[in-house]
Write a protein that binds this ligand. Sequence first.
Ligand SMILES: Nc1nc2c(ncn2[C@@H]2O[C@H](COP(=O)(O)OP(=O)(O)OP(=O)(O)O)[C@@H](O)[C@H]2O)c(=O)[nH]1
Ligand SMILES: [Mg+2]
Length: 147
Amino acid sequence: MKKIILIGPVSSGKSTLCRALNNINGGTSAKKTQSIEILGSVIDTPGEYLGNRMLYRALAVTALQADFVLLLQDCTHGISLYPALFSDMFPAKTVLGVVSKIDAAADEKQIHDARQKLLEAGAVKVFNVSALSGEGVEDLRKYVSGN
Ligand SMILES: Nc1nc2c(ncn2[C@@H]2O[C@H](COP(=O)(O)OP(=O)(O)OP(=O)(O)O)[C@@H](O)[C@H]2O)c(=O)[nH]1
Ligand SMILES: [Mg+2]
């Protein structure tokens, strides 16, 4: 798998997806991410880095190590923290969107709306994923592995 960085709001499911991509399934991390952490080829970031524009620079610099930038949007959460074309912060990187927690979606519209937010943020392709059930994780893994 190529190197990827996970970016998203607090509690959007970055660490759970990080574990799923590393084949650590079952159970979820009880702790919130306090600093940038690397697990295998996945860089996990704290949600606060997206929530505070002062910390954008930390995301931009850390993303230099990655091949893919993954922006997460929890489909059960109506608000987007991404400015339009947030992806411009990562020149020369492939920016992908991940609609997370699709197992918990109330309806298809929630998934559709989350996808729209990610496209507005500049994602070139959007994956629908549940890190809990595993749905969509393999498709995402294949894409970032180049097969
Ligand atoms: N239903 C459902 N819940 C999920 C899923 N992924 C994560 N969660 C839950 O969402 C909560 C937050 O998950 P984390 O993976 O810790 O979120 P995070 O984005 O790493 O959060 P920070 O580290 O605080 O930025 C936990 O209670 C998880 O169990 C999923 O696919 N489906
Ligand atoms: Mg986390």
